[in-house]
Design a protein around this ligand. Structure first.
Ligand code: KIV
Ligand code: ZN
Length: 504
């Protein structure tokens, strides 16, 4: 088992800053409670110097935080911000001051307008000041903003970090503030810092998702030495967002790492965060997207159904229940889908269907899907009811009535020609088949059974269902079924349905 990572949540700070309408105290408290349920070990609750509202929210969350959760507040490398964090987090039992400054050559020159030596000095002074305020009661995290852009001056950054550590920082965060380059470039840099600093210093990563690789960068950084993983719920954050906590947690879990998180809280949390942030979960979002567990191609549907109840599925990264998302491995029927989907969708909806019937109606369902696109379950079920219980064909039963126990009156049309017959036999089925035989429509009955059916499923009147197997024109077995309030009628209807299936 690998060492346990420390999940450090930045939803209430980095993600919150990026919202069109940042959360107020009440909203932050709701999200905070979800984070506690998830079991996140550290939460950056805000940027107390940003506004009075954020200061108040940080103070409140510090008060209600579980004793063992690290509660952190962000501060620029200036005394005013640092003091605000200390004041806001006074009630926290594990407070952390998170201070930062950029060290990328581009940003030092064009944004800060400062020389590297001045920046290093500010970093050391900020950490020294923070340490003087927090002493042993809490800890200090220092971030090299734009670390991912510190390719040319990495050695200088490392020397600066050694000083920052001496000044009192115990967590060194290495943000990929803007994701611009290869993951390997960033991960190699993280590894270099990890190797250069004392082993009791926690290396942290904080990746933005500008090129869509933040999850990969975070996961690989963990394997390169980072222990603290800064992530946001739903991947919210500036521009294309921050690292998505769920994806990182599941990738690590699947790789044998104990995340320490309650993974089964993920799905509910994601839905609430989406609602509260006004940022919809896009259809194809990994793990939590509405389509993330849907299968539409026939081959995938077949594999999905065969492995449905297994922990590992043929075409899914996780069992849905791992993230608290049960029975969501939905099959969507399109022209690319196959018989397995027809069978599963119909039977999951509670209707009786055999695989043979699914095979028979699949081409019709696919034809419909070709014109309308994905079919709803209802559209598929309507086709099933039509094709299974009322199949069209040349035969039309008009009447079947008992005369005596062994004589029955049968009237039917075949291509509009009327047949009016008395059938004889031991019971209605035999009498009907004998009458058909006499009219030149010989049928071989291979199997017959009756089932009581659920009233709600096929109409409240139906209580009996007959299932018969007839021999088809090429010796194959044809399954036909029918329903009625009377067993006798259900039998005869099933024979006529079978005749229509064989002759259509
Ligand atoms: O993206 C970033 O660099 C940050 C720092 C303030 C940690 O959010
Ligand atoms: Zn950030």
């Amino acid at each position: 088992m690998q060492r346990q990572p420390l999940f450090y949540d930045i939803t209430l700070r980095d993600a919150n800053q990026s919202l069109k309408k940042p959360w107020d105290l009440r909203e932050k408290e709701i999200i905070f409670n979800y984070l506690a349920e998830l079991g996140v070990q550290a939460v950056e609750v805000g940027f107390p110097a940003a506004s009075e509202m954020d200061f108040a929210a940080c103070s409140r969350l510090a008060e209600i935080a579980p004793k063992d959760t690290i509660i952190s507040g962000l501060a620029r490398a200036v005394e005013h911000d640092i003091v605000k964090v200390v004041q806001a987090l006074e009630a926290a039992s594990k407070p952390r001051i998170h201070t930062f400054i950029t060290m990328s050559p581009f940003n030092m020159k064009y944004v800060l307008n400062k020389r590297p030596q001045e920046v290093r000095k500010l970093a050391i002074e900020a950490v020294t000041f923070a340490k003087s305020l927090i002493c042993e009661k809490g800890e200090i995290e220092f971030s090299v903003e734009h670390f991912g852009d510190c390719i040319e001056n990495l050695d200088w950054v490392i020397d600066s970090l050694k000083e920052v550590v001496k000044a009192g920082a115990t967590t060194i965060n290495l943000p990929n503030t803007v994701e611009r380059y290869r993951i390997k470039t960033y991960v190699d840099m993280v590894e270099k810092v990890y190797n250069a600093l004392p082993k009791d210093i926690a290396i942290s990563v904080h990746c933005h998702n500008d090129l869509g690789m933040a999850t990969a960068a975070t996961v690989e950084s963990y394997f390169a030495g980072a222990i603290q993983l800064e992530c946001a719920l739903n991947g919210l954050g500036e521009r294309a967002g921050n690292t998505n906590m769920y994806e990182v947690a599941i990738a690590l879990h699947n790789s044998g790492v104990n995340t320490g998180l309650n993974l089964d809280k993920i799905y509910e949390t994601a839905l609430v965060v989406s609602e509260m942030s006004g940022v919809p979960i896009y259809e194809k979002a990994p793990l939590i997207g509405p389509d993330a567990l849907a299968h539409r191609s026939g081959i995938h549907q077949d594999g999905a159904v065969k492995t449905k109840n297994m922990e590992k599925g043929a075409y899914r990264a996780i069992h849905p229940s791992l993230i608290g998302r049960s029975n969501d491995e939905k099959l969507g029927f399109t022209s690319q889908s196959g018989k397995t989907a027809v069978f599963e969708i119909i039977s999951n909806a509670g209707y009786p269907i055999s695989m043979q019937e699914a095979v028979r109606i699949t081409p019709l369902v696919k034809e419909k899907a070709q014109t309308v696109g994905e079919l709803s379950d209802k559209q598929l079920i309507d086709i099933y009811i039509q094709e299974v219980f009322e199949p069209k064909g040349p035969f039309l039963l008009k009447m079947f009535e008992k005369i005596t126990d062994e004589q029955f009156h049968l009237v039917f049309l075949h291509n509009d020609k009327k047949y009016d017959l008395i059938g004889k036999g031991n019971g209605p089925l035999a009498a009907c088949l004998n009458a058909l035989d006499e009219a030149g429509f010989q049928q071989k009955l291979l199997h017959y059974e009756q089932q009581a059916i659920d009233e709600d499923i096929l109409g409240s009147e139906a209580i009996a269902m007959s299932i018969i197997h007839l021999e088809g024109k090429n010796g194959e077995t044809i399954v036909a079924r029918a329903k009625d309030t009377s067993t006798m009628k259900a039998n005869v209807n099933a024979i006529f349905n079978g005749l229509n299936i064989i002759n259509s």
